[in-house]
Design a protein around this ligand. Structure first.
Ligand code: SF4
Length: 226
């Protein structure tokens, strides 16, 4: 699945959903759905790999780490049904990339405009820590997604250090520093760097709302500027 010729983002999504290349993660995402947390005990968990989603002609591409155990792994859509998704969708709504400020379930009516959301690993990893071999296994999908989006991509937002490194590797960008708010220009595109909106960062105020929304305001001004 390293070829883009003849593929579409929908094809990639189908490959992703069927994938079981990482035994540890395949087993983990099944177990999460079998041992539900109390607040979601009545939910039927997706418990499969979660593909990217959004506007296939997007100028803005957001690259996260992985689906959350009780977010994307439960609902079947990235950044959906968890606190990171709430932060992301509120910011996308406020900056004109989404039709609503929430992301609750696959059938909640959310429409993304000019933005595509994906992750470097498509299965929820234990403690949000994929191994290097799992990142390497899954990079095949991210590479195809980025290649298929490339025609329109103007801005990429990397959420967190690992996503930043993976995006840099994909584009052959060397020597760039991970720093929240950094903006790097390359090949008629911009790479915007942000902390991940995980509870760990938002609850501790390492990432404040003002710091977060500024990233999307910047993205908005850059996508409009072309
Ligand atoms: S993390 Fe990626 S490569 Fe590994 S099983 Fe999930 S979808 Fe497949």
């Amino acid at each position: 699945m390293d070829e883009t010729e003849g593929r579409s983002l929908d094809d990639v999504a189908e490959f992703v959903i069927q994938c079981s290349k990482c035994p540890r993660l395949s087993s983990y995402i099944r177990q999460i759905g079998e041992n539900k947390v109390k607040r979601f005990v009545n939910d039927e968990y997706w418990s499969k790999p979660v593909p990217g989603f959004g506007d296939n002609d997007a100028e803005l591409v957001i690259v996260g780490l992985a689906p959350a155990a009780h977010g994307g792994n439960r609902t079947g859509r990235m950044f959906t049904g968890d606190s990171s998704g709430q932060w992301l969708m509120k910011a996308l709504f406020e900056t004109g990339y989404a039709n609503m400020p929430a992301s609750i379930s696959k059938d909640d009516g959310l429409i993304l405009k000019n933005v595509y959301i994906t992750s470097i690993v498509k299965c929820a990893p234990p403690s949000n820590k994929p191994s290097s071999s799992e990142i390497s296994n899954c990079s095949r999908y991210l590479k195809v997604e980025l290649a298929l989006l490339e025609r329109n991509t103007r801005v990429i937002i990397a959420l967190g250090r690992i996503a930043f490194k993976t995006v840099c590797d994909f584009y052959g960008l060397k020597g760039l520093k991970f720093r929240h708010g950094a903006c790097y220009e390359f090949s008629k595109k911009y790479l915007l760097v942000s902390y991940h909106p995980s509870r760990q960062n938002t609850n501790t105020k390492k990432l404040s709302w003002d710091m977060w929304i500024d990233i999307f305001r910047k993205a908005n001004s850059l996508t409009r500027s072309f």
